[in-house]
Design a protein around this ligand. Sequence first.
Ligand SMILES: CSC[C@H]1O[C@H](OP(=O)(O)O)[C@H](O)[C@@H]1O
Length: 344
Amino acid sequence: MKAIQWHDTHITILNQQALPHKTEYLELKHIEDVWDAIVTLKVRGAPAIGMTAAYGLALAAQSYETDDLATFHTELKRDRDYLASSRPTAVNLFWALDRLTKSVANATSVNEAKTTLIHEAICMQIEDEDVCRRIGEHALSLFQDGDRIMTICNAGAIATARYGTALAPFHLAKEKGITLHAYACETRPVLQGARLTAWELSEAGVDVTLITDNMAAQTMKAKHISAVIVGADRIAANGDTANKIGTFGLAILAKAFNIPFYVAAPLSTIDLQTKTGDDIPIEERAKEEVTHIGGVRIAPDVNVYNPAFDVTPHELITGIITEKGIIFGDYETKLPTLFEEVLA
Ligand SMILES: CSC[C@H]1O[C@H](OP(=O)(O)O)[C@H](O)[C@@H]1O
């Protein structure tokens, strides 16, 4: 079963909060269920958030009772804004909702618009699988058989339609009989590396070693890590990249050890409207994510700072890997070219 699946009356998602203890699927029947699933990280990962929100908007629109197109668009805008309020950092959420809204701009009837929304959301999921495979192929060209590669959080198959972004080369290497060793940082506070990446890669038969976040420097040195590869939630026009908290620290360490540091992400994660990393909104989450692990208190009730993401400055990024290929440096000039249509 896919991590996200459209059904005519509901959306099924793999509950990422239950992993690795339970492989559980949830049925989202109302727009509020979709919003809640995104906020509570039952579905997470930039492309997965975008796809789920797109399906959520298509689902909500099916219940509009009006036959009037202007009223339909007003209700759609209301629901688009509601879903957009779920999480602020991953630009894929806004990209997906806006793509869906635009797809019905010229609809000639409410029924046509309702069908188009479903069709567009399904297309996005089909496209994402292809995009992730391409990212994986490009990323794999950077690595050698036997390489030991560090990653953080989960930018894997369960965060996308399939394959993942930063984890795509591991899945493809496995398919092709190439051995890549993954070193997964556990990724406090909510442990997406330990709970999700370690689970996903081991289920796929990829060799994965789990480390706590504060073991990264020692591991780079002792285990001769050849590269770091991470996903992204938003890439600004100058290449500054927001990703899971801890990514910035890994990039600094990678520079200290002279190890290449790669960001793998689809074009839908690149936000040319956001000029630099300083302009990326960073989500701050509940203090309980830090003071508790698995519902058990591990710290007294003190002040907590819990940013979900940090921004890695572009100068620390060796290359950005997209479905259109890899760009190395000078991101401000090169990122816009990725959006140019290839003229035959
Ligand atoms: C391909 S997933 C991108 C991104 O999503 C993660 O964030 P979250 O789990 O909070 O949704 C993480 O930063 C991944 O790299």
